[in-house]
Design a protein around this ligand. Structure first.
Ligand code: KG4
Ligand code: ZN
Length: 349
């Protein structure tokens, strides 16, 4: 067994997990995991409030680590290493989890691994699907990030696309807010979209057909706002039409990336929006037309969790990559540091 304690606190989920890096199946790999969502605390504000998030992490993280070790029937002394998210994310929250990891590593005299949250998402399909081999093409779609990456190996990423403005999850969340669906918006939009007609509202598909590799969702969000104000359509029709327009953009961008990347073993989707069934269905079709399997982790491993952080830690530990106790918490931390900046304001990660 290679037992890793994983800790995640970069946004609005506090999570801890015990991972066995030598497990052969997903069930063997996740020895125990716990997640505490802060949705209730942020709901009145319609989005994550960083200071509330950081305080909420402080309140639950220490008992949660104790509880997840108890669930596993193990102690800190049984762990081979401690892996904590070191960024990117809301810096107050990242610091809470990373300092907790450092304290545990110091107290128990264990190696520390500072994990890139995006690497956690990027490797989550390998946790879920043990047969998945490098290199693969990854669509990483979450609340803060929207990227297509060629995952060539552990720590070896080539970014083929990013967003010029909003992330895909952000577009879902903002559209949900416009439709009065509350926070978090993605699952609510998906539920309402099932009752609507995806062809009802004429909405733009920004950049589709342009050959431009990157994403843009700000114009789509504004069009959703105008559609709501027009009062012509039901909220369900707007939700369904928005989701269809967003997915059309994603499929078009991913098709371009498939043509631009080297040989890959699979098309892979990860991050919170990968929980969306309509997206998974659309990507199935695209992967099949490219002669590739689609690998998508189960929805509970797509949204933020500590199992993916523990797993990334396990892959790093197996390669002998550990960090010093003074490893820094980073609000920004791109997976491909060499990627060229994209045009447009408000460029994300
Ligand atoms: O990966 P994640 O939990 O946190 C970040 O690292 O951002 O992703 C959260 C994002 C939110 O924007 C949420 O609305 C979106 O993922 N999301 C969804 C669905 N489930 C979560 N978006 C669309 N459909 C869903 N079913
Ligand atoms: Zn995330």
């Amino acid at each position: 067994m290679a037992l890793i304690l994983g800790i995640e606190s970069s946004c609005d989920e506090t999570a801890a997990a015990v991972i066995d890096g030598n497990g052969r199946t997903l069930a063997e790999r996740i020895v125990a995991q716990r997640i505490a969502s802060q949705d209730e605390a942020h709901r009145p504000y319609g989005g994550v409030v960083p200071e509330i998030a950081a305080r909420a992490h402080v309140e639950v993280i220490t008992p949660m680590v104790g509880a997840v070790l108890a669930d596993a029937g193990l102690t800190l002394a049984d762990m081979d290493a401690i892996a904590a998210t070191a960024g990117p994310g809301l810096i107050g929250g990242v610091m809470v989890g990373l300092v907790t990891g450092k304290a545990l590593a110091m107290a128990a005299n264990k190696p520390l691994i500072g994990v890139n949250h995006l690497e956690g998402h990027a490797l989550s399909p390998r946790l879920a699907e043990p047969s998945l081999q490098y290199p693969y093409l990854l669509l990483l779609v979450s609340g803060g990030h929207c990227q297509i990456l060629e995952v060539r190996g552990l720590g070896d990423y080539r970014r083929l696309a990013t967003t010029i403005d909003d992330a895909l999850g952000e577009a879902f969340d903002k559209s949900a807010k416009i439709l009065g669906l509350g926070y978090p918006g993605g699952p609510a939009v998906e539920r309402l979209a099932r009752e609507g007609d995806p062809k009802a509202v004429p909405l733009p598909r920004p950049l589709v057909g342009s050959g431009e590799p990157h994403f843009s969702f700000a114009g789509l969000k504004s069009a959703v706002m105008r559609a709501k104000q027009a009062g012509t359509w039901t909220d369900a029709d707007i939700a369904a039409s928005f989701q269809q327009a967003a997915l059309d953009c994603v499929i078009d961008r991913t098709r371009i990336a498939l043509g631009a990347c080297g040989p890959v073993t699979a098309l892979v989707v990860a991050g919170g929006v990968a929980a969306n069934a309509a997206l998974r269905g659309a990507l199935e079709g695209l992967a099949a037309s490219a002669g590739l399997p689609l690998v998508a982790p189960p929805p509970r491993l797509c949204t933020d969790n500590a199992a993916m952080i523990g797993w990334a830690g396990a892959e790093r530990f197996a390669m002998g990559y550990t960090d010093a106790l003074d490893v820094a918490a980073r609000p920004r931390w791109p997976l491909d540091a060499n990627a060229a900046p994209v045009r447009g304001a408000g460029v994300k990660g």
